[in-house]
Design a binder for this molecule. Structure first.
Ligand SMILES: O=C(CO)[C@@H](O)[C@H](O)[C@H](O)[C@H](O)COP(=O)(O)O
Ligand SMILES: [Zn+2]
Length: 196
């Protein structure tokens, strides 16, 4: 058991190191896409399943409330939080539509869809991305493994941040540090004079 505990931590750290080597360019591109979106008065819609739903909500909250400094609220919305809507759409139509219906309702040209999936193959996320395209939104996709079907759906203006790991848990953990890094970059860029 003790070895297994140590292995979890070590593997997570190694995945973070590999991501830190491979992904700074994509992460800075994603930060600039989000900064531009917010400067234009647009918003960020966030979605994911399971642990990725938690990450999507965590990110939206860090923007809407605050990250580490005092600054105005930023417009970010998690599409994973409204149980009434989620259950109604899943029950009346199909689970695959739970996010895409919300994207069609809220999404406007210039908004960003933050789409999280460790496999890149979750159908509800793929449908959300397809809906985002119809709304002229830009997509920031946080994936893992081989990027799955999501990787093939991205256009030139979109960004994929693919964590180099085959394990869902490790990918989710590095998604979280990636999201905090994005919060930090957004705050530095938009509110350079706001200290802690
Ligand atoms: O949190 C975990 C595993 O760590 C699970 O809840 C996991 O998020 C769920 O199995 C998801 O449905 C996986 O979806 P995805 O990451 O492949 O899109
Ligand atoms: Zn989990």
């Amino acid at each position: 058991m003790l070895d297994s505990i140590k292995e979890s931590f070590t593997e997570s750290i190694q995945t973070q190191i590999a991501a830190a080597e491979a992904l700074p360019e994509q992460i800075s591109k994603a930060a600039m896409v989000m900064v531009q979106c917010l400067l234009n008065g647009n918003k960020i819609l966030c979605c994911g399943n399971g642990g990725s739903a938690a990450n999507a909500q965590h990110f939206a909250s860090c923007l809407l409330n605050r990250f580490e400094t005092e600054r105005p609220s930023l417009p970010a919305l998690a599409l994973t939080a409204d149980t009434v809507t989620l259950t109604a759409v899943a029950n009346d139509y199909h689970h695959d539509e739970v996010f895409s219906k919300q994207v069609r309702a809220f999404g406007q040209g210039g908004d960003v869809l933050l789409a999280l999936s460790t496999s890149g193959n979750s159908k509800d996320i793929i449908k959300a991305m397809e809906a985002a395209v119809t709304r002229d939104m830009t997509i920031v996709a946080l994936t893992g493994k081989d990027g799955g079907e999501m990787a093939g759906l991205l256009g030139e203006q979109d960004v994929e941040i693919r964590i180099p790991s085959q394990r869902t848990s490790r990918v989710q953990e590095v998604h979280l540090i990636t999201l905090h890094t994005l919060c930090d970059l957004i705050d530095q860029y938009l509110f350079p004079t706001h200290g802690e």
